[in-house]
Design a binder for this molecule. Structure first.
Ligand code: G
Ligand code: G
Ligand code: MN
Ligand code: NA
Length: 257
């Protein structure tokens, strides 16, 4: 309850910042994207993680303002990286169901893009399958419109939503992000091997790109590479990093320490 009052203040006092977790092309090891992950620098409690305040923001009706903050911050970051002449990587943005399903969402996205002057192709929205299921018909239109703008759409935590696969027929889905619960026990678990191979096959036949989450070991990386997964994210490559660290990793002439 205390934290809820602080959250309203935090939006005014601008206590949030983003870290960026690299997404690596498995074949080449190149960073092709980053996922923006919000953090709250609480004046007394220190750095808070999203699971400590996103559910609160959702229940207090503050999530749209928080997600709008993230979107603006991401657009500004992309512009800054462009001005610094870094390679044009994609930046993935997590959006809650309430944000994605709101009638004003599309306009707010367009506005953020226009204000920053960045290309829509640089932005990818991550939405969970449970969120898609909760939202129904309006979601299809939103996804279609975002896709038409050139913005990418990823299904986050794929396989964990207790949902049917029917929503995969919706147009506009570009990426499936295989949830880390299926990656953790690779390659030893025969069940997870079978499930992940089936997910990769579905994605391939539907023309979607694949990203595996939570890769922590070389063995997991090797398995996913051989199985045909396109990209990977996880502590094996990097945790979420502040912008300067991303700049250092992407810089064409890295200064070695
Ligand atoms: O590393 P981490 O604890 O940051 O991420 C936890 C979860 O928080 C992720 O699954 C992600 O979906 C969610 N998350 C991170 N940043 C944002 C954000 O800006 N908005 C929303 N709605 N969710 C976020
Ligand atoms: O959006 P999403 O729910 O996927 O958010 C990613 C979350 O997963 C973040 O909390 C991030 O810190 C966490 N994460 C990223 N890479 C790894 C990893 O390799 N292992 C584990 N255990 N967690 C990870
Ligand atoms: Mn995500
Ligand atoms: Na995820």
């Amino acid at each position: 309850l205390m934290l809820g009052a602080d959250l309203r203040q935090a939006l005014i006092r601008d206590e949030f910042h983003l870290v960026f977790q690299p997404s690596v092309e498995l074949r080449s090891g190149r960073i092709v994207a980053v996922e923006a992950l919000i953090r709250w620098r609480h004046p007394e409690r220190g750095e808070l993680m999203p699971d400590e305040f996103i559910p609160l923001a959702e229940s207090l009706g503050l999530i749209r303002r928080l997600d709008a903050w993230t979107m603006r911050a991401v657009c500004n970051q992309i512009r800054a990286w462009d001005q610094a002449k870094l390679p044009p990587i994609r930046v993935a943005v997590n959006a809650s169901a309430a944000t994605f399903g709101h009638p004003g969402f599309l306009d707010s996205v367009k506005q953020a893009l226009q204000a920053s002057g960045i290309s829509p192709k640089r932005v990818l929205f991550e939405i969970t399958e449970s969120a898609i299921l909760r939202l129904g018909e309006a979601t299809e239109q939103t996804m279609h419109a975002l896709h038409a703008l050139g913005i990418g759409i990823a299904i986050d935590d794929f396989g964990t939503g207790y949902s049917s696969l029917a929503y995969l027929k919706l147009s506009g889905i570009d990426y499936l992000k295989i949830d880390r619960s299926f990656v953790t026990d690779l390659p030893d678990s025969a069940n997870d091997v079978a499930i992940v191979e089936a997910m990769l096959a579905i994605a391939k036949s539907l023309g979607m790109c694949t990203i595996a989450e939570g890769i922590e070991t070389a063995a997991q990386h090797e398995f996913l590479l051989r199985a045909g997964c396109a990209e990977g994210q996880g502590y094996y490559y990097s945790r979420g990093l502040p912008p300067v660290e991303i700049e250092r990793m992407l810089s064409p002439n890295p200064r070695h320490e």
